[in-house]
Design a protein around this ligand. Structure first.
Ligand SMILES: [Zn+2]
Length: 203
């Protein structure tokens, strides 16, 4: 993906998001949380984006975001590099897009709040490959996040339904070929989400 992906996600995070203590990045029950505007998925020249990370960080800060994850493909960009751009109103959450493939499809799983680089894993099937990358993120106490399931029609609802230890996926991604709206007989991501919820799968 060549352009900066602007997957604007308003995530429900803890009220201590901007506090100085180490962050346990897990969504909390609605009654306990507060909404902050952020983006879990942005690329830079560290992989296939079109701008240096400094420029991307400055853009999000200037446009009213409270937090950002630089999620380059299999590249960990340490937020410490941009210490001077962070303050009480803007936080960089360390992350990466674990980028793998299976059965000719693209398997992209974000790791949020990572301590460092996590190497992508692969297996013979799509489900097993997604699961291994989810578990690789969990092992370092990061939060996994399945990206753009409809990109190349890679990760269908049946895979998401059987996936374990993952609560997040991209409902919307700003890249032009990720098929948020579905196509042909393929459901939109919103329809997939509805199907999962109707089956009792909380994501
Ligand atoms: Zn991706």
């Amino acid at each position: 993906m060549r352009t900066i992906t602007i997957a604007a996600v308003a995530a429900l995070l803890g009220a201590d998001l901007l506090a100085a203590q180490p962050l346990r990045f897990e969504p909390r029950p609605v009654a306990e949380g507060r909404w902050w505007k952020g983006n879990t998925h942005a690329h830079t020249l560290e992989s296939d984006g079109d701008s240096p990370p400094e420029t991307v960080v400055a853009w999000y800060k200037a446009h009213g975001y409270a937090w950002l994850v630089l999620s380059d493909h299999n590249v960990f960009t340490d937020p410490v590099r941009f210490r001077t751009l962070q303050d009480s109103a803007f936080l960089l959450i360390p992350g990466e897009e674990l980028t793998s493939a299976a059965e000719g499809k693209a398997i992209h799983v974000n790791g949020l709040n990572l301590p460092g680089l996590v190497r992508p894993e692969s297996a013979s099937t799509i489900l097993e490959t997604v699961q291994r990358n989810v578990d690789a993120v969990r092992r370092v106490e990061g939060v996994p996040h399945v990206n753009h399931p409809n990109f190349l029609w890679s990760i269908g609802p049946e895979v998401l339904a059987r996936l374990e230890r993952d609560k997040l996926f991209e409902l919307y991604n700003g890249h032009p070929i990720v098929h948020n709206e579905g196509g042909g007989d393929r459901p939109s991501m919103e329809a997939v989400w509805d199907t999962l919820l109707a089956r009792g799968k909380r994501m």
